[in-house]
Write a protein that binds this ligand. Structure first.
Ligand code: ADP
Ligand code: MG
Length: 609
């Protein structure tokens, strides 16, 4: 056998297998190049889901005629000035995308460099590039890819339907568009524009929220809180949806590191951790988070597609995300998302007039605006007939209520002074009805109280530490040496959380006290989990998690049950405490604790508007 160096064509085809997995990855690479070139407008066209034709046109810096041939050469890039992989400020840097695409398709580039006299065109097919020729082109760059994967039929077979491939591309474009609200994007499938995002200007948070709303739906923009935090040069910004706005999967979680869309386990895990208190484990929040870290603190060079990253200090990143999200959600206070009211109104309305949730290609589209107030034709007229008082009906005495023997005094005011209003009645021993300045609020008394008790318990734990309980017989747990060392180093912190342990020779720890809350607990299992977490995240997650779980259960048992009568003072006290307690808009499982209906919406319901 003789050893021989692979030809450039073969090398490029192999690389293409990783860099251009499908049409969407081709689109992503080309759009990234346009972003790197400083474009303000990027126009994309895909035919047959990108199989027969992809074109990406921009108004960026362009490529000089004498550099066109270099641009399609392997490992040729204008983006890495020195040899420093630690100082990457652009999306590209490997010089792999264009040669990889060339290796598996027929490619044309026409470009006019800023300030140049004319434009140039180059054609590449089967890995061979033509000599650049003068061309007519107003400015910027247009890259056209025809017959993607014609050179690698095996790959062609793995492509899905045109619609599926298109939707993947839409997702890739949307992600890049979230990072760059200042760039206008459009994507057409040849007959229809499926993405149209106007460039937005102004302050970052505002323009970003506008862009996020355009992509993730109005309801997200209406129900998101701003996130902003910084630690040791790591900066996190973005918008996070209220817990009551949740989804069955994590597809509406958009994460970015240094302007790069990523799908990173560590980051998804941190998000889950931050929302754990507010959402059932099978529900997922909607959010877009942008993490900016010194480029020396992160390695984006893990994979050619660059969607995975590796952090030098994973614990810091996790703590930053969890802390920032918790804080942002706490600031949101008792807010529950408007979608709760939309859903309630939808349920009241005659069939077919509720909120319409449509999903277009590749993303959560939101149809019908707020979906409110559309009353079917003829309904208002029919309702009108019932507005006249029914003959013979006596007005009930003020304050009387069929269900509640303890009706609040009507002289209390009109509720305008309080966000959650003044309690008017309790119905079915379960719900508190309150009147607000411009509507009414229905509170699930058990869910609300459970949340309040839970928050109180957490505050007490933070203030006074966790009560501990000595073990009759201290438990000796054998572990690897470095695990013992890690636990030993964090012993003081663990003691604050109620777990008292100390090293016991080189390969074991001895546990003397455990959090009283946990009762009979499997100390060995807990300690092993903690050792793993300290290694991975530098944080004692499962101890905190278990404590939180117990608090949750205790809060549930210690709360006013549904079915208990509350008097006016109790009901109003509940409302007032909800107003000042963070996270009180949802129970521990992300269900709302109250629903607010605006008078205007109620009036529409009755055809009064
Ligand atoms: P990389 O982006 O990693 O540098 P590519 O193969 O994607 O590698 O592109 C090679 C080079 O071609 C880039 O470094 C850039 O100089 C040039 N280039 C590609 N696309 C564009 C574009 N749309 N506008 C301006 N220059 C471009
Ligand atoms: Mg590139």
């Amino acid at each position: 056998m003789t050893i021989r160096v692979l030809s450039e064509t073969v090398v490029n085809r192999i690389a293409a297998g990783e860099v251009v997995e499908r049409p969407a990855s081709t689109v992503k690479e080309l759009v990234e190049n346009s972003v790197d070139a400083g474009a303000r407008r990027i126009e994309i066209t895909m035919r047959d889901g990108g199989r027969s034709f992809i074109s990406v046109a921009d108004d960026g810096a362009g490529i000089a005629g004498d550099e066109l041939a270099l641009a399609v050469r392997r490992h040729a890039t204008s983006k890495l000035a020195g040899d420093d992989l630690d100082a990457i400020a652009t999306l590209g840097f490997r010089g792999e995308a264009l040669p990889s695409i060339c290796a598996v398709s027929r490619l044309d580039i026409v470009s006019r460099a800023a300030g140049a006299d004319g434009a140039w065109r180059i054609h590449v097919e089967g890995g061979r590039a033509s000599t650049p020729r003068p061309a007519a082109h107003a400015g910027g760059t247009r890259v056209e890819v025809r017959d993607l994967f014609f050179a690698t039929p095996a790959r062609l077979k793995f492509l899905k339907s045109a619609r599926t491939e298109l939707s993947h591309a839409v997702d890739a474009v949307n992600r890049l568009a979230m990072v760059h609200p200042e760039i206008g994007f459009s994507l057409s499938d040849g007959t229809r524009t499926v993405v149209r995002l106007a460039a937005t200007q102004g302050e970052l948070f505002a323009s970003r929220l506008e862009r996020l709303g355009a992509i993730m739906g109005r309801e997200f923009a209406d129900n998101a809180v701003a996130v902003e935090a910084e630690r040791e040069g790591f900066r996190l910004t973005g918008h996070a949806g209220l817990p009551t706005l949740n989804r069955a999967n994590a597809s509406a979680q958009y994460l970015f590191v240094n302007g790069r869309p990523v799908r990173d386990k560590l980051l998804f895990g941190a998000v889950r951790g931050a929302y754990r208190d507010f959402l059932a484990s099978n529900r997922n929040p909607m959010l877009a988070l942008f993490l900016d870290v010194p480029s020396s603190a992160v390695d984006v060079n893990v994979h050619p597609a660059k969607t995975e990253v590796r952090f030098r200090d994973a614990g810091l990143v996790r703590a930053l995300i969890v802390g920032a999200l918790r804080h942002a959600l706490a600031v949101a206070g008792h807010r529950a998302s408007t979608t709760v009211a939309d859903a309630a109104l939808g349920a009241f309305r005659p069939e077919g007039t509720g909120v319409v949730q449509a999903s277009g290609a590749g993303g959560p589209a939101y149809a019908g605006g707020r979906g409110r107030g559309r009353v079917p034709a003829g309904f208002a007229e029919r309702a009108e007939a019932f507005h006249a008082p029914l003959p013979g009906l006596q007005a009930p005495p003020a304050g009387a209520d069929a269900d509640s023997g303890d009706t609040p005094d009507a002289a209390d005011g009109d509720g305008a002074d309080y966000p959650l209003g003044l309690a008017r009645a309790q119905v079915h021993g379960t719900y508190v009805l309150a009147q607000t300045g411009d509507g009414l609020v229905i509170v699930d008394q058990h869910a609300a109280h459970e949340r309040l008790v839970y928050e109180r318990m957490k505050r007490a734990m933070e203030a006074d530490g966790v009560a501990r309980q000595g073990l009759l017989i201290p438990a000796v747990i054998e572990l690897e040496e470095d695990a013992c060392a890690r636990l030993g180093a964090r012993a003081a912190e663990l003691a604050e959380l109620g777990l008292v342990l100390e090293p016991f020779g080189p390969g074991a720890v001895v546990v003397r006290e455990v959090p009283a809350l946990l009762g009979e607990t499997d100390a060995a299992g807990l300690v092993r989990d903690l050792a793993d977490e300290l290694a991975e995240f530098d944080e004692a997650l499962s101890l905190k998690e278990r404590l939180a779980d117990v608090c949750g259960t205790m809060a549930c048992h210690g709360s006013v049950r549904a079915g208990r009568r509350l008097n006016a003072r109790e009901m109003n006290a509940l409302l007032r405490e909800m107003e000042v307690t963070p996270h009180s808009g949802q129970c521990n499982h992300g269900r709302p604790t109250y629903v607010e209906l605006k008078l205007a919406d109620i009036e529409k319901l009755f055809g009064r508007r």
